[in-house]
Design a protein around this ligand. Sequence first.
Ligand SMILES: Cc1cc2nc3c(=O)[nH]c(=O)nc-3n(C[C@H](O)[C@H](O)[C@H](O)COP(=O)(O)OP(=O)(O)OC[C@H]3O[C@@H](n4cnc5c(N)ncnc54)[C@H](O)[C@@H]3O)c2cc1C
Length: 397
Amino acid sequence: MLNRILVVGASAAGLTAAEALRREGFTEELTIVGDEPHAPYDRPPLSKQILRGTWEDDRTVLRSDALLAGLGATWILGTAATALDLPAREVTLADGRVLGYDGLVIATGAAARRLPFGHHLAGVHVLRTLDDTLRLREELKTACSVAIVGAGFLGAEVAAVVRELGLTVTMIDPLPAPMIRQFGPEPGELLRRLHEGHGVDVRCGVGVTALQGDGRVEGVELADGSQVAADVVLVAVGASPATGWLAGSGLPIGDGVECDQYCVAAPGVVAAGDVASWHHPGIGRRRLEHRMNATEQATNAARNLLGQGVPFEPVPYFWTDQYDVKLQVYGRSGAEFDFRIVAGDPAEGRFAALYGDGEQVVGALAWNLPRQARLLREHVVRSTPWNSAAHQELNSH
Ligand SMILES: Cc1cc2nc3c(=O)[nH]c(=O)nc-3n(C[C@H](O)[C@H](O)[C@H](O)COP(=O)(O)OP(=O)(O)OC[C@H]3O[C@@H](n4cnc5c(N)ncnc54)[C@H](O)[C@@H]3O)c2cc1C
């Protein structure tokens, strides 16, 4: 019998899980704990409209105060969970409180990774939270040159915004092209040209060995011996699942909280969102740092906490916005797959492509072609044989 459900993590996944629990008929005690002081807000606009200053900061808020109150939950914000006692079904908070539960939703997301050096210097930033974004935005007002360490999706989005603000930008990554891990070499090369076309100095294929400066950052030293002057540095080298508070709990922790296909990590414990590594029945173990996944997985995890037994087997989806380009991906993508453009033309600034594993379609990419992205998604859902799907031309209008 579930009388008390505790949700740890008060962001996209935590909020969605709480709403799903209520929708599915859970009327008993619901408590939501979050370590940030803010009510749930959305992260994708942080590296886009909020950093650029084109949205008011409060537009990131996910629900109005009235909707949050309507959930009938107890909110404990600005307080981290620090430990989980599985056998006792208790979570300890940073202020010493101990909360008992019958059902637990783990939705603590991920935290920005750091370099092993240089973070003590003023002017060195990471970007994960609203407060990180406001700090970076403030410094950009007086900065001239920005070095971005990492050309993954965060680094590439911030490079675009900072160029739009008129500052000098150098983007550095040891891999051969921006976002090559997510998209593979051909779109990676197109992204490199996109950024270079907007004036970004793209240094791919070379790592960063040191951040220079005394008190305040002055530049970046690269593995090839070159140096890049910068008065602001953004370290965008990925994120790690926020599982530190679960150490010693006995929960299976690998790259995230390891769950089965129902998002269940232990009896009475589910996980969702960026923190969760679950067994996708079709494609194996996965941990996704995608906004849509946080919503879908939290809904699924909540239903399964209530005993509905629904496997979680989504078609993964994510998007990124850089300059006037919207890139959307359904399914799986990356250098390990075959890649073929099936609509549009990169030279015209819009195209759509499929990814395949040699036998069947596993993913679809659209570069400024949202309608085609949705059409191509069907090939991913149906696992269309590669040879037939990859040789059909799609109309790009
Ligand atoms: C700048 C930025 C831009 C992004 N842009 C895109 C995009 O364009 N497209 C896309 O698909 N995805 C994007 N994402 C990813 C997307 O935002 C995430 O997938 C989504 O936020 C995951 O939601 P979540 O609730 O699982 O985790 P999070 O949003 O990370 O929330 C977890 C919450 O739990 C809190 N927490 C952590 N540890 C504890 C603890 N011990 N106790 C209590 N609370 C704790 C955290 O502080 C946080 O508030 C972006 C992410 C960032 C950071």
